[in-house]
Design a protein. Structure first.
Length: 544
């Protein structure tokens, strides 16, 4: 189907035909899926690629973001079968059963379902990612799962700790948790998952298990099992139901005992592209022009946990070609990327950002990624590297795009150097997306919304807002997944002049808006109108 896909894409004018042909030829040469390469190079989103494939196959497309899945219908196909055959049932009635599959050529499973249910099966095409996400609906309630393990232990014996730890990790993975917290209480153990940036209490394990769980984790991470009074860090690689997952382990002593936090780094979470992060088309074009420059600096700003590293990695993946030498210095290296030289800072050996950056400049790099600019020395070397023919990407902790400029001046960088080297500043936050499985809308009277927001809704007396009612898929939160809200400040002559005059951040912000910049708040309002997130979420992350 790849040749048909190539011909269809040419008709959409997404990019030059020569570029499409180049990627197609590369896919054949490397034996890599053509669609995967298109998504990786930000030519098209995974969802839109799926829509085109569905059109080629002459099948309707299953859009998981806008389709509610009937849990009872889902269970018509056993989870093991759904996972192996890449198929789910999402809707049904006496007239027939609707199924979504990533492999519509598999006629055997369709025949099996028709015989099993006695219903006519209607096939929808969808992406493999959509199937994997939908499989989360099969997940047994976490508390029930652990209750079952504990109840099955023989009387007078301890529950199987190895199985408990495996289940904690599996449930964390299936729930797309970024971190698993294992906390000692006075007598019990509290398991919490950080999902979409928010911690959720998942289960309380009974008395007597905590130290055994911590010891098991220490063994898996090759840490000292007899050390209980000092922090320890390690790594674990585990096989989940879908893939191998790397875990970063941190164990620290607290007053009630030892607390463990496991950071999950899965391949599935790395399958991001710049286009999928949530940049509006105009903002995306501004960033695209910036990273296509041969030299200069791209800065990404925001607080901890706002997705800065993901944005930087998305750009690096686009620049990653055989004829380009890319070197990074990070703390820590979040993900390994094939073809890129990645250095991790190490305070014990004196490998700081500044020392590492000074060394890697002598490694003949075309592109340099500095995980974070924290001090005057690092800022100075980064700016000089951007001036001398390198493209430098880095991050800063500032509240918005314009305040990155005074921050550099605070680091004793000359204003004329800032004005001449920075290509673009991207400021961002992450907002939770409304759960598509339980999303509803309501009309809200304008008078009930704060006045500062109403101007964005065209003077209507009633405003339609969206929210999630809460369901099992989103743990009754009404949210599932996250998306970025952005502002992209591009350097122009007016802003350069203001920087050299040392004008304040407010002046620079106003000049950027005059130059066409959309603020983070305005980008958030756009996503509210489109039913992607809620007003409460945008206010929560922007009012810092």
């Amino acid at each position: 189907m790849e040749k048909e896909l190539l011909e269809s894409l040419k008709e959409f004018n997404l990019t030059e035909e020569s570029r499409l042909q180049e990627i197609f030829d590369e896919s054949q040469e490397r034996g890599k899926d053509f669609g995967d390469l298109l998504v990786e190079r930000d030519i098209i989103s995974r969802e839109n690629l799926g829509r085109i494939a569905a059109d080629i196959l002459n099948l309707p497309f299953f859009d998981k973001e806008n389709t509610a899945i009937d849990i009872e219908v889902l269970k018509v196909i056993p989870e093991k079968v759904a996972r192996k055959q890449k198929i789910i049932a999402f809707s049904g009635s006496k007239k027939g059963l609707k199924v979504a599959t990533a492999d519509p050529s598999n006629k055997e499973i369709i025949d099996f379902l028709e015989k099993k249910t006695g219903l006519k099966v209607e096939i929808f095409y969808t992406t493999e990612d959509s199937i994997i996400d939908s499989l989360a609906l099969y997940t047994v309630d976490t508390k029930k799962s652990f209750d079952k393990i504990i109840s099955e232990a023989a009387p007078g014996t301890d529950p199987p700790v190895q199985k408990i730890v495996d289940e904690i990790i599996e449930h964390g993975y299936r729930n797309k948790a970024s971190d698993i917290h294992i906390e000692p209480l006075e007598k019990e153990t509290l398991i919490r998952f950080r999902m979409d940036g928010v911690l959720h209490d998942m289960v309380i394990l009974p008395e007597g298990l905590h130290q055994q769980i911590i010891t098991r984790i220490k063994v898996m991470a090759d840490l000292q099992t007899d050390e209980h009074l000092k922090p320890q860090d390690g790594k674990i690689n585990v096989q989940t139901s879908l893939e191998e997952v790397d875990l970063r382990v941190s164990i620290v002593p607290i007053t009630e005992g030892e607390k463990a936090v496991l950071r999950l780094l899965s391949e599935r979470s790395r399958q991001f592209s710049l286009r999928s992060l949530g940049l509006a088309e105009e903002s995306f074009t501004r960033v695209e022009k910036a990273y296509q420059q041969p030299h200069g600096m791209i800065l990404v700003t925001g607080p901890t946990g706002s997705g800065k590293t993901t944005t930087l990695y998305s750009i690096i993946k686009l620049l990653n070609k055989r004829d380009v030498n890319i070197t990074t210095i990070e703390d820590p290296v979040e993900y390994s990327i094939k073809g890129i030289n990645q250095i991790q800072t190490n305070q014990r050996t004196g490998l700081t950002f500044a020392k590492g950056l000074r060394s890697l400049v002598r490694q003949d790099p075309d592109v340099i990624l500095v995980g974070e600019i924290r001090d005057e020395e690092t800022a100075g070397i980064a700016i000089n590297s951007a001036m001398t023919g390198h493209l430098v990407l880095s991050s800063l902790h500032t509240n918005n795009a314009s305040t990155a400029i005074p921050r550099f001046i605070d680091l004793n960088i000359e204003p004329f150097l800032i004005a001449s080297t920075i290509n673009v500043v991207v400021a961002q936050r992450l907002v939770r997306k409304i759960c598509p499985n339980c999303r509803v809308s309501k009309e809200v009277e304008k008078s009930k919304i704060q006045e500062e927001f109403t101007k964005y809704f065209n003077g209507k007396e009633e405003i339609r807002l969206y929210y999630g009612k809460g369901c099992s898929l989103c743990h009754d939160s009404g949210y599932r997944g996250r998306i970025g809200i952005f502002e992209v400040l591009v350097m122009n002559d007016n802003i350069r002049e203001a920087i050299i005059k040392k004008d304040d951040a407010e002046k620079i912000q106003n000049l950027a808006i005059e130059g066409g910049m959309t603020t983070m708040f305005e980008d958030g309002i756009h996503k509210i109108k489109n039913g992607i997130t809620t007003l409460e979420e945008v206010v929560r992350v922007t009012k810092i």
